[in-house]
Design a protein around this ligand. Structure first.
Ligand code: NAD
Ligand code: WQD
Length: 336
């Protein structure tokens, strides 16, 4: 029996594959390399001493997906594949809806045809929209403020309806908060194309000298230092949450949303100052206007994950930043 990992050469997927290989799972990765490189496969081998089956394919390609299920004895899928840049989703909405929503429907149809009804899905805290107060919990109403968020919300709704229509489906819908950090080896990590959108890749590229200066988007939020507060979670903790979710699928009937966050909030300036201390590098920054669509404070109520999955995030902010810096300083140009 094998696990199919879509998007398995990406940031969160590759870290999850490492955790699953440590448990001796057979892994089949499907990725179209839209935002990743096969070089990550060598790094995974270096870390684990194990190999995976890699298939370069698009989840939107029904024939290719059918071939995957015909050739491999898949019993569960962890579905990471998707486009994730919020700003880009507003300029190319059709690409996002096609890739994320239509791609997921194709994957789900092929899974159903082959009787594979165990799924862990990469959702996002973005589905809480902008009107809920933190800590955010899974009972709160969902909404979206951009096409990327809409795709996550649409896929969640599809999964809820699918699970209602057929009780054989077991689905964990994991709502990630802000994943950062890297594997402690420094061999794999986040490797965004072009100028990073997210805070940590931006700060680490300033620290390593690839970018000149960070813009801090707003210092007039109602937060302790005026800058935005988020729930940053170590990608290895997140990966381990997927392992726990996969183990739990046998007890789940239906589709269950589960927050994966630490439950703690950290401001932009706390990130900058901690990064500066740990890396020993200067992080020049200036205060810029608020970024459209941002809200002041976002952090998780992580009690469902604690109780249902027996999971909690273990790594603290200093570890997250030390691991981010190790990855960035050892690989200033990513995997190239
Ligand atoms: P990533 O871009 O590093 O990984 C996604 C992978 O999916 C990439 O390797 C990409 O090549 C692949 N992919 C994209 N479209 C594909 C397609 N049509 N067919 C096959 N492969 C495809 O991103 P990540 O940070 O690892 O995110 C993984 C998942 O988690 C995504 O679904 C993302 O929306 C979700 N998520 C990410 C964050 C975050 O901040 N990183 C937060 C919440 C949710
Ligand atoms: C964090 C904080 C910014 C960049 C996004 C998506 C969300 C999820 C995770 C996928 C905010 C500030 C940032 C910069 C800054 N992804 N910032 N200067 O916006 O919380 O979440 O990634 O599902 O859907 O929206 O993360 O890292 O972009 O921002 O001051 O150059 O850092 O304003 O307060 P965000 P982020």
């Amino acid at each position: 029996m094998s696990l199919l990992i879509t998007g398995g050469t990406g940031f969160i997927g590759s870290h999850t594959v490492v955790e699953l290989l440590a448990l001796d799972k057979d892994i089949v990765i499907v990725d179209n390399l839209a935002n990743s490189s096969t070089l990550v496969l060598d790094r995974i081998k270096q870390i684990t001493g194990k190999t995976v089956t890699f298939i370069e394919a698009d989840i939107c390609d029904r024939q290719a997906m059918q071939q995957v299920f015909l050739t491999h004895d898949i019993d569960a899928v962890v579905h990471f594949a998707g486009l994730k840049a919020v700003g880009e989703s507003s300029t190319m909405p059709l690409s996002y809806y096609h890739n994320n929503v239509a791609g997921s429907i194709t994957l789900l149809q092929v899974m159903a045809e082959h009787g594979v009804k165990n799924l862990v899905f990469s959702s996002s805290a973005t589905v809480y929209g902008e009107n809920n107060p933190s800590p955010l919990d899974e009972t709160m109403p969902t909404s979206a403020t951009n096409p990327y968020g809409q795709t996550k919300l649409m896929i969640e709704n599809i999964l809820f309806d699918l699970a209602k229509s057929d009780e054989q489906w077991s689905i964990a819908c994991l709502r990630y908060f802000n994943p950062i950090g890297a594997h402690e080896s420094g061999l794999i990590g986040e490797n965004p194309n072009g100028i990073p959108n997210n805070l940590l890749p931006y700060v680490s590229q300033v620290a390593v000298g690839r970018l000149a200066q960070l813009q801090v988007f707003g210092d007039d939020y109602p937060t302790p230092d005026g800058t935005g507060v988020r729930d940053y979670i170590h990608v290895v903790d997140l990966a381990q949450g997927h392992v726990k979710a996969l183990e739990k699928l046998k007890d789940i009937s239906g589709c269950v949303p589960i927050n994966l966050g630490t439950g703690n909030g950290t401001s932009v300036l706390e990130i900058v100052n901690t990064f500066k201390d740990i890396s020993g590098q200067d992080i020049p920054y200036h205060i810029a206007p608020r970024r459209a669509g941002d809200i002041a404070t976002v952090y998780a109520d992580a009690s469902v994950a604690n109780n249902l999955l027996n999971w909690h995030a273990e790594r603290d902010l200093a570890t997250m930043i030390a691991d981010t810096w190790r990855w960035q300083s050892q690989n200033p140009n990513g995997f190239e």
